[in-house]
Design a protein around this ligand. Structure first.
Ligand code: PMV
Length: 328
């Protein structure tokens, strides 16, 4: 058993995951699709050893709080069970972006933890097996194992619910601008809590059916190389997730004024022939999906909006990987 470090990238869902069929296994109510983001990542080093009395977990130089620690330990248990050993671990992890602000830190976090811990326990697992394990830490992490443009198959049980890469037209030089709005602080309602309220929305059942249809619409846009069609699906999916949030009990409103200002700016740009599309996860920040040729214009227009804090430009990331630089 040796110390191992992994790097995994965040991802942004184009067809969203917002509702679980099985809480414990984190099986989703619908399949989803996401792109990996190369500008936002987590690096995690894991070492299992008899010398640790308990799991030690440190993130960005600070200890995890108790509930975060329990979640990490439970995830390590999946690896320990599989490897047939019981050693505790030291885990040191670093994000290059603020955690819990709605920029999918749990996605890159649990993907990096899974890949590092599996290798540190000498397990030789396929990408599919790693994706299945990562999913149990955080649903969206299953897609960060695969990277690229990936589809997370809803599946019918744990083994069939995993992500794999799908092709997109090579002439699309896709960029995602992550636009932080307002003060970058921890969100009030985590995605886990918010998602568990989804089924209280009177529109839940229809929304699940719609998500499945939107996967088909997205696949069609890809095969027809229809960029505008893809954009329409992306924005429909953003509205679908937030409609569920806004009609849950209690109601959840993740957006801020600047969030909507960005939507309107992109709508105006479209009238000028610039096709950039918005999507928003469980927070106020906006991910703008566009093509490289339009990045400069889109960025300068968005920068002029009040309360836009900062913009991180991302290309499409690869899968989670083992790297040689250990964090301790
Ligand atoms: O993986 P979780 O439990 O953090 O849920 C993520 C949910 C969203 O990011 C809001 C949507 C998605 O499909 O990634």
């Amino acid at each position: 058993m040796s110390k191992t470090t992994a790097k995994a990238f965040s991802n942004i869902a184009l067809v969203k995951y917002w509702g679980k069929g099985d809480e414990k296994l984190r099986l989703p109510v619908n399949s989803s699709v996401a792109v990996g983001l190369d500008g936002i990542f987590t690096i995690t080093t894991v070492e299992f050893s008899e010398s640790y009395a308990q799991d030690e977990v440190e993130i960005d130089g600070e200890q995890f709080n108790d509930s975060e620690k329990t979640r990490v330990s439970q995830h390590l248990d999946l690896i320990r069970q599989r490897a047939g050993m019981n050693h505790r671990a030291k885990v040191v992890t670093k994000n290059n972006f603020p955690k819990a602000v709605g920029a999918a830190s749990s996605a890159s976090g649990f993907a990096a933890l899974t890949v590092a811990a599996a290798a540190a326990a000498d397990l030789k697992l396929s990408e599919k097996e790693l994706s299945v394990i990562a999913r149990q830490g955080s649903g969206s992490a299953t897609r960060s194992v695969a990277g690229g443009l990936s589809v997370w198959h809803k599946g019918s049980d744990s083994e069939t619910s995993f992500a794999e890469r799908i092709e997109y037209p090579s002439e699309w030089d896709i960029r995602v601008l992550l636009v932080f709005v307002g003060e970058v602080k921890a969100k009030k309602i985590s995605s886990s809590v918010g998602m568990n309220l989804a089924s209280t929305s009177p529109y839940f059942k229809t929304a699940v059916d719609e998500a499945q249809q939107n996967i088909e619409r997205l696949r069609q846009a890809l095969s027809q190389k229809n960029w505008s069609g893809l954009g329409k699906v992306i924005e429909d999916e953003c509205y679908r997730l937030h409609m569920l949030c806004q009609t849950s009990t209690p109601n959840i409103l993740y957006w801020e004024g600047a969030t909507v200002d960005i939507f309107q700016k992109l709508q105006q740009l479209r009238l000028q022939g610039i096709e950039a599309f918005f999507t928003v996860d469980a927070g106020p920040h906006v991910h703008v999906v566009c093509q490289q040729r339009d990045v400069a214009k889109v960025k300068s227009e968005i920068e002029s909006i009040e309360n836009v804090n900062s913009i991180v430009e991302c290309g499409i990331a690869g899968p989670a990987i083992i790297i040689s630089e250990d964090l301790f």
